[in-house]
Write a protein that binds this ligand. Structure first.
Ligand SMILES: Nc1ncnc2c1ncn2[C@@H]1O[C@H](COP(=O)(O)OP(=O)(O)OP(=O)(O)O)[C@@H](O)[C@H]1O
Ligand SMILES: Nc1nc2c(ncn2[C@@H]2O[C@H](COP(=O)(O)O)[C@@H](O)[C@H]2O)c(=O)[nH]1
Length: 216
């Protein structure tokens, strides 16, 4: 064994990444997001603001910041959003918060956002963005999942099903595409992507001094 004074853990600073999960409504991105947050302590959810009313199990400030139309207007005027979009008759936006500074410090962020938000984030910050699209195994299964979730009225479910094909058409704007058939298998793939992206050379900003140390 050689000199351990340049231990990798002390040296290898890494830039954080913006990990985006998108899918047609009901394909399972929120389920996968929650699994990822429970399993991986290094990634934090970017909590969006929305004008949609909360579902029964949703907590303000945890799953979304639930805001009024007037509050959303104010946030837009004050340039508080990285991106925002109209989705299913409501507005949703990613608050800027301290994301940029935290990325520099190595913090990873998870975004459960649609294709419009993905395009906007990618245009602003290509180097930090990793785009993952989740597909359902079939349209029938997508419908079953939306009904089985039992959080939305029949009208809302029908509207989301009507939009599903249009949303799926954006699949080619993503770096990775995964079919969510068995949720555990799908989750392992999502996590493997995150782990691999963390090791990209460009993200490992501490590599240069580390390699210099190795070369003596
Ligand atoms: N692989 C799977 N097999 C069976 N059911 C699943 C699977 N993945 C997710 N589900 C179930 O499907 C329903 C929809 O999942 P989820 O809420 O995660 O979808 P979503 O893509 O986030 O939808 P939305 O965009 O509407 O928020 C939930 O009841 C969830 O438990
Ligand atoms: N462009 C953005 N899309 C967002 C954001 N937060 C959530 N979403 C997407 O909206 C739909 C519907 O979500 P739901 O919670 O009402 O089912 C879904 O595709 C989300 O990914 C955001 O900040 N910006």
């Amino acid at each position: 064994m050689g000199d351990t004074s340049h231990h990798a853990d002390d040296t290898l600073h890494r830039r954080g990444l913006m990990f985006i999960l998108s899918s047609p409504s009901g394909a399972g991105k929120t389920t996968l997001s929650r699994m990822l947050l429970a399993k991986d302590a290094e990634i934090k959810l970017s909590v969006s603001a929305t004008t949609r009313p909360p579902r029964p199990n949703e907590v303000d400030g945890v799953h979304y910041h639930f805001v009024t139309e007037a509050e959303f207007d104010r946030m837009v005027e004050e340039d508080d959003f990285y991106e925002w979009a109209h989705v299913f008759g409501h507005r949703y936006g990613t608050p800027k918060g301290k994301i940029r500074a935290a990325l520099k410090e190595g913090q990873d962020f998870l975004f459960d956002i649609d294709w419009q938000g993905t395009q906007q984030l990618y245009q602003k910050d290509q180097q930090d963005v990793v785009r993952v699209f989740i597909l359902p195994p079939s349209i029938e299964e997508l419908h079953r999942r939306l009904k089985g979730r039992a959080t939305d009225s029949t009208n809302v479910i029908n509207a989301r099903m009507e939009r599903a094909r249009a949303e799926i058409s954006h699949w080619d704007g993503y770096d990775y595409v995964i079919i969510n058939d068995d949720v555990n298998v799908c989750f392992d793939k999502v996590h493997a992507i995150l782990e691999a992206e963390r090791m990209k050379r460009a993200r490992q900003t501490g590599l240069i001094p580390f390699v210099r140390g190795l070369m003596g």
